[in-house]
Design a protein around this ligand. Sequence first.
Ligand SMILES: [Zn+2]
Length: 519
Amino acid sequence: KYTSNWLPSIDDMNDKIEFDISIAAPKGYQAIANGKMKLKMTNYNYDLWEYDMLKPMSSYLVALVLGKYDKKVEFSKSGIPLEMYYYPEDSLKFEPTYRYTKRMFDFLEEEIGVPYPWQNYKQVPVHDFLYAGMENTSLTIFADTFVTDSIGFNDRNYINVNAHELAHQWFGNLVTETSGTHHWLHEGFASYYALLAEQEILGDDHFYWELYKTAEQLEAQDLAGSSTALLDPNSNSLTFYQKGAWTLVMLRDKVGDNVFRNAIKAYLKKHEFQNVTTSDFLGIVEELGDLDLTEFAYEWLRNDDFPFDSAMEFLKSKSTFIHEYIMADCEALNSKCYDYLTSDLSDQAKIKVIQQQPSLVNKQSFKNSLKVRQAIALHLYRVPLELKTEYESLLNDESYQTIEAALFHLINNFPEDTVRYLKKTKDIPGFNNKSLRMVWLVLAMTSDNFSENETESYLEELINYTDPSFGFEVRMNAFQYLHYIRSCEETCQKNLKNATKHHNWRLQKLAKQLLKENQ
Ligand SMILES: [Zn+2]
């Protein structure tokens, strides 16, 4: 937010100017900034890069990336270059990481109804980023933990963040809040349009499911007494993002698709490259819909509580899937519960049943989808002998999360087969955060099944993951495991001290806490 800390500029969102950035950078690096690259000049000891923007923006959207990258370029239907950057060693992860990018771009441009406002759209993964992503104008930066292979894609992928930051290019970057009071005009809108893009690709059930989950979270926040109004500048992310998205869902339901889409278009056109307030937006909806939104604004924008009942009514009326999910309930076991896991109930409903009553899992239950099988791996801790073979088959699933949980539970339940399980999973790469690999190392080290030499090399590998060259998530995992097995000595201690000064507050906090506990 405070760009003036690193670049002479004015930290006021209301002051929009055109930024044309020139960068003198060491040779061998790619320099990426807002706008279009118009010149790269090689000097005797550095490269000079010049980027050109055509339109003004607020200074918090200025960005600069320097690194070693390759890129692939696709073009949107409307001809906008979509530049997707990746680390040279990650070429095989390119496709799953950026999957659906062009489709989502084309969809959003069509759905929003206003052409993408900038010269190109660049996306760049970076190391140790503070957030999931940041929507700098024409240059989205995202955490490289989203870079994934096709197996990790099933567990955790970039789709939602990809769509969210893209939507900001209109909502936030083209029209910008005048102050934090209107922050939902950024985050609520970006979350809403990301959800629409996901609906386009993943279907209606996914759309209503995501809304259902956030409604539950918002209701929990109400019950905890910590809800705030959407127009309160001190609201938390859950409120700005999810209550904001819900507000647009309900507004669209109230005024109809036509009025809603025309209003969005008119709002963006009227205020392009300027700053906006909530009344700027609602005023246009009222005018085009010829209606009064005072009551709606009170319920959704000014009131602290989330209108949970209206939200549920909406979901149940729109989605038989949600209706069915709510009805399938085995908190108190009833006779129907015995059939649920082999019925044609949705995956989500089956997962709920497994969470509530893991003992209902039988051989047939393993014939379900990847997601349901994952729920078995996560929630069935005590594996009955008659399910051993089926449970072992979870180690073949295309999900690192499933494999990790299954490996852990199998070794706990059948310690006599430890070596077999460890051999089978030895070379599975796992997520970028190395969590599967570290579980493997710790299980191998503590199992007494390997020679001293082997155990030593496993410990060395684990200690190595505390090194600053690894991402903060990897290091946090490694520190915690080493602490747990009481093996954080010299190198680990040195790296731990070093981590207390890291810019990522989560790593910093953990490092301080572990150091304290060690004393
Ligand atoms: Zn956002």
